[in-house]
Design a binder for this molecule. Structure first.
Ligand SMILES: Nc1ncnc2c1ncn2[C@@H]1O[C@H](COP(=O)(O)OP(=O)(O)O)[C@@H](O)[C@H]1O
Ligand SMILES: [Mg+2]
Length: 229
């Protein structure tokens, strides 16, 4: 099976001169879920930002078979759905429905087609009503689900989640885990939430100082690195 993400010797240096990625080797197969664990500052977010071409380092990288060159970025960004730590960074339209329609409209759908696509995604994340509300009125868990609906509405092949449970209470965390577990897409999940990682990802990689130092079943990675809360 062709990997959906393939990185070999990926390196990235910020303008400050700090080398945040120092030779990352990573692969992910379609439908696979992997947790990215590791200390703060080890390069996890920097790595994720390469997957939709926000950052471009040296070394080999292919996402959905494509190198992240400018001519492929539009396609890559459609195939890679990014969910940020804080859904506030992602919701910016006046209503929930507008927000979820945004991606399909950008992709060229008509307003009615975009709305029907958005409705389908909102139901998929368990939001059956309140679509006319402004997103800022929602709870943290609901905001995260709206953001996820917005991503699902453009039918991505990979979901990339950067510490998605930080602003969620325990029931909302469990709800998000159950929801994500039922989605067919490949998933890359950066998290410090060990039970969330265990629920969702059979496999984990561990980042240390800009490299992946362990790639193994999630329980083994946690045991090896004494990584339990
Ligand atoms: N925009 C930036 N400019 C300079 N250095 C940065 C920038 N963003 C992150 N870094 C540095 O790169 C390293 C890795 O950061 P990051 O990828 O955010 O780590 P993590 O997500 O694992 O906590 C850290 O030392 C951080 O200070
Ligand atoms: Mg980070």
């Amino acid at each position: 099976m062709t990997p959906i993400v393939e990185a070999r010797g990926l390196r990235y240096r910020y303008d400050t001169g700090f080398e945040a990625l120092r030779g990352v080797d990573f692969h992910l197969h379609p439908g696979e879920s992997v947790a990215i664990l590791g200390p703060n500052g080890s390069g996890k977010t920097t790595f994720l930002l390469h997957l939709n071409g926000i950052l471009r380092g040296e070394g080999e990288l292919r996402v959905c078979g494509l190198p992240p060159e400018p001519r492929h970025l539009r396609e890559i960004r459609r195939k890679v759905g990014f969910l940020f730590q804080d859904p506030e960074d992602q919701l910016f339209r006046p209503t929930v429905l507008d927000d979820v329609c945004f991606g399909p409209l950008q992709a060229g759908l008509t307003r009615p087609a975009a709305e029907s696509r958005a409705a389908q995604s909102l139901r998929q994340v368990g939001l059956h009503e309140g679509w006319e509300r402004p997103p800022y009125q929602l709870s943290g868990g609901e905001k995260q689900r709206v953001a996820l609906a917005g991503i699902l509405a453009v039918d991505p092949e990979i979901l990339v989640l950067d510490e998605p449970t930080t602003h969620l209470d325990p029931p909302a965390r469990r709800h998000l885990a159950a929801l994500l577990a039922g989605l067919p897409q490949a998933k890359i999940v950066v998290t410090h939430d060990t039970s969330f990682a265990r629920l969702l990802c059979p496999r984990a990689v561990f980042f240390e100082a800009g490299r992946i130092v362990t790639d193994a079943p999630v329980a083994d990675v946690m045991r090896l690195h004494h990584w339990e809360s």
